[in-house]
Design a protein. Sequence first.
Length: 222
Amino acid sequence: MIEFHDVCKRYATGQEALNKVSFTVEEQEIVFLTGHSGAGKSTLMKLIMLMEKPTSGQVMIGGRNLGRLGKSHIPYHRRQVGVVFQNHQLLFDRTVFDNVALPLQICGIHHREVARRVRASLDKVGLLNKETAYPVSLSGGEQQRVGIARAVVNKPPLLLADEPTGNLDPELSAEIMELFRQFSEVGVTVMIASHDVELIKRMHRRVLTLEGGQLIHDGVVW
Ligand SMILES: Nc1ncnc2c1ncn2[C@@H]1O[C@H](COP(=O)(O)OP(=O)(O)OP(=O)(O)O)[C@@H](O)[C@H]1O
């Protein structure tokens, strides 16, 4: 699902963020991406989302070489990648329903179909009863679940999560991880960037560790 071949990224400032990074993530896998601040985690995810381009090397997503993707295919590619952020990035003047509906409305999907998909997505994260609520009235864990519902409402085959449990206590973090596990069971590939060593250890999953832009470890034992 994700293939990096000798990927280097140097920003215009001269800062080298990734240096000859190579790895493959299979469909349905859950992988953690870890490393100190500045190690290159966000850059790696931005390359997958096509928010940045590599200086050299190849990034393949779902068998497509992103370097060869025509402009007209970029919106299609972005819909294939659901993204979850630590700070949720919810719109606080919109209801839960409207927040989750946003990616579908941008695609111009008919409102009846939007309603069906939004409810299916809210149901998956256990928030069907909150569709008319505003984010401010929700707990941090609930807000994060709204963010996840929004990320999966397009049914993307790939889900990227950047510090998705950063503000949550261990119990709520475990709930979020359980949601990711359920998505992977139905075929979604999940990549989670995290600093949370305890959480990563508990999950017993594959871990990619970056240091100074280099992939220094790839494996389950960490
Ligand atoms: N747009 C940019 N322009 C110039 N340098 C950048 C840019 N984005 C990131 N960098 C630099 O690239 C390196 C990797 O940054 P990146 O944000 O990928 O790391 P990170 O592991 O995600 O860090 P954090 O955990 O703090 O988010 C850092 O030295 C950073 O300062």
